[in-house]
Each structure stands twice: as structure tokens, then as C-alpha cells.
Design a protein around this ligand. Structure first.
Ligand code: CU
Ligand code: CU
Length: 338
């Protein structure tokens, strides 16, 4: 005979379990298919096609060691760079690539960076109820893993580094997105330059930032990103993230999680030190530069922003101070100091 209070205990346990196991999280390992890195500074890409169903990616588990792998990037694409199992996809590769494989960019169309890994980074779980919606009915039809091997492997040693994707088919109430702020322009020889980007969120949506990533090539000193809100007292600049871009370029928690509204402006600055005797331009190779600030966020209702890119002309044309937003209260010192 069961006492009523025991029944309550069972019920409570059952409800708790039911809550924890409300849906299944599956794991898909997107790995290099036993390849042999046959040269230094090799960038390889491998895809997975996801068109039959809709999935929600809720976490990323790296499967690599810094001994073998310099970095990994996970892209979401509408069209991948090739239809091959593996291709040479080096942004920075100035050489003629590896033997017997094609060269192409990671995504031919609709490129989004969803995750980045570099030395010592551990697993990244998205906040509760947040997921990247991919597959059927979305623009992300393929996931492409890029692995950068800085050193050629000895002998016939093979590699299957990659990323395990934690996903569910259960719709998540908050969808994740990434917006990329990037600058064009020129960094004159023997100078320190600011590459600056700004754009207004023109969609009537509220986004909740939670992670950021910076990217430059070798001349970057500091990259900082802000939310700017126009007000009677002047512009209010809120720091979202700032770091030395030559530290591992992965996603880090934002400094400030305040919601960002339609009408707010996103702004970023890269402080670049060109010690070279030649001008350096924005471009894909190691001889070129880039100034990128990625912001990862979620929305509480509906879809993430349609806007995935925010670009500026950069130096010597476009800066914060002469942009169309008439920015004031510019945190000139803070933005360039670590
Ligand atoms: Cu790398
Ligand atoms: Cu780059």
C-alpha cells in the first residue's frame, strides 16, 4: 500500500525528470575524413549537407588538440565552396595548395561563422533555450568545417579532427544569429591606423548579445565593439567586447548582455600597427589585413536579423567621426587601449 506522500514524491521526481529529458540532444561529429596534412599552413574544409529536416544546434564540442590543429571554424552556408568531400579552403594560404584537391572558399553563398575554436578552447553551450536553426526552411543548407593545420604531418599520419555538434529537432524558443562587422581600406606603411565600422540595426527587433569574436591578420593590436544609443545627453557607448586579436580568435562572452534594440548602432574599431615599409590592404591572404568583429546573439521571438553583415569603407575614407550617424562621445582612448 502506497502512502499518499510517497505518491507526491514520485510525482515530483517524475516531473523533474520529465523537465530534464523534455527532448533529446543528439551529437553529430563533423570530422575531417582521415586526411593527411601534406604541407605547412594547410586549410582544409569538409561539409555536411542538412536539407531534409530542421535542426537546432545548441552546443559545440571541439575534437582537436592544439598540437595538431591551429584553429577550426564552423560555417553555415547556403551553397558550399565545392561538392567535394574535402577541399583546400585557405583564406590566408598564399601558396598553390595541397596535392590532388581543389581550392575554393568555404562557402560559395550565404556564409555565416557559427563557431570558432583555437587553442585550449573548451566546449561551448549556447544559453538555455537558444539554438541555431539550420536545415530545411532556413538559409543554412550546409555546415562546413574548416581546419587549419599549421604543420605538415610526419610520415603517413592521418587526422580526423573536428567538431561535435549538439543538436535537437525540438524547436528552441530563442534563435541564435551572428552579425559580422568588417572594414575595408588601407593601412599606410609605418603608421598606426584605425579601421572603423558602424551601422544601425534597421529591423524592429531586440537582440540579446552573448558572445563575440575578433579577427585580424598580423597587424591588429586591439579590436573593440560597442552598442551606441542616441540620446538627449549625447551618444551612449556600451562596450560589448574588446581584446588583442592575436590571442586565440574564438567566441568569448560579451562584456555586457544588455538588449540591443532596433535603431541602436553597432560599432567596432580595429587599431592596426603597420610596421611594414609597404601599405597594407584589406584582403584574404597573409600579406593582406582584415578587421572583423563578430557578435553572436539570440532573439526571444521570431527569426534572427536578416542583416548578417555590416561593412564600412574604412581608412582613409570612412571613420566613426565622419560617418552618417554624426557619432559623438566617441571613446577614442578606451577603444584602442587594452
Ligand atoms: Cu589558424
Ligand atoms: Cu582574415
Amino acid at each position: 500500500m502506497m502512502f499518499p506522500h510517497m505518491l507526491v514524491v514520485f510525482l515530483v521526481i517524475f516531473l523533474l525528470l520529465d523537465d530534464v529529458f523534455a527532448y533529446d540532444i543528439h551529437k553529430y561529429s563533423l570530422l575531417m575524413p582521415e586526411i593527411h596534412p601534406d604541407k605547412d599552413e594547410l586549410y582544409l574544409c569538409t561539409p555536411v549537407r542538412i536539407v531534409n529536416k530542421q535542426y537546432y544546434i545548441v552546443g559545440f564540442e571541439p575534437n582537436a588538440t592544439m598540437h595538431d590543429v591551429h584553429h577550426m571554424l564552423l560555417f553555415g552556408c547556403s551553397v558550399p565552396g565545392t561538392t567535394d568531400d574535402v577541399w583546400d579552403c585557405g583564406e590566408m594560404a598564399a601558396s598553390d595548395g595541397s596535392k590532388n584537391i581543389r581550392r575554393a572558399i568555404p562557402c560559395a553563398e550565404g556564409s555565416h561563422v557559427l563557431y570558432a575554436w583555437a587553442r585550449d578552447a573548451t566546449k561551448l553551450n549556447l544559453p538555455e533555450d537558444v539554438g541555431f536553426q539550420v536545415g530545411l526552411g532556413t538559409k543554412i543548407k550546409y555546415l562546413v568545417l574548416q581546419v587549419h593545420y599549421s604543420k605538415k604531418f610526419p610520415g603517413n599520419k592521418l587526422d580526423n579532427s573536428g567538431i561535435s555538434l549538439l543538436y535537437t529537432e525540438q524547436p528552441q524558443s530563442k534563435l541564435a544569429g551572428v552579425i559580422l562587422l568588417g572594414s575595408g581600406g588601407t593601412i599606410p606603411a609605418r603608421s598606426i591606423s584605425h579601421m572603423e565600422i558602424q551601422c544601425e540595426i534597421e529591423e524592429e527587433k531586440t537582440i540579446y548579445p552573448f558572445a563575440y569574436r575578433t579577427h585580424t591578420h598580423s597587424l591588429g593590436k586591439v579590436v573593440s565593439g560597442y552598442r551606441v544609443r542616441k540620446g538627449k545627453e549625447g551618444d551612449d557607448w556600451l562596450l560589448l567586447g574588446k581584446r588583442d586579436p592575436l590571442t586565440p580568435q574564438m567566441f568569448y562572452p560579451v562584456f555586457n548582455k544588455d538588449p540591443i534594440y532596433g535603431g541602436d548602432i553597432l560599432a567596432a574599431r580595429c587599431t592596426m600597427e603597420n610596421y611594414r615599409d609597404r601599405d597594407t590592404y584589406v584582403g584574404p591572404t597573409n600579406n593582406d589585413e582584415m578587421c572583423n568583429f563578430y557578435l553572436m546573439y539570440y532573439v526571444e521571438n521570431g527569426n534572427p536579423l536578416d542583416t548578417t553583415l555590416c561593412l564600412s569603407d574604412g581608412p582613409p575614407k570612412e571613420y566613426w567621426y565622419n560617418s552618417k550617424y554624426n557619432l559623438n562621445n566617441i571613446p577614442d582612448l578606451e577603444a584602442s587601449k587594452l
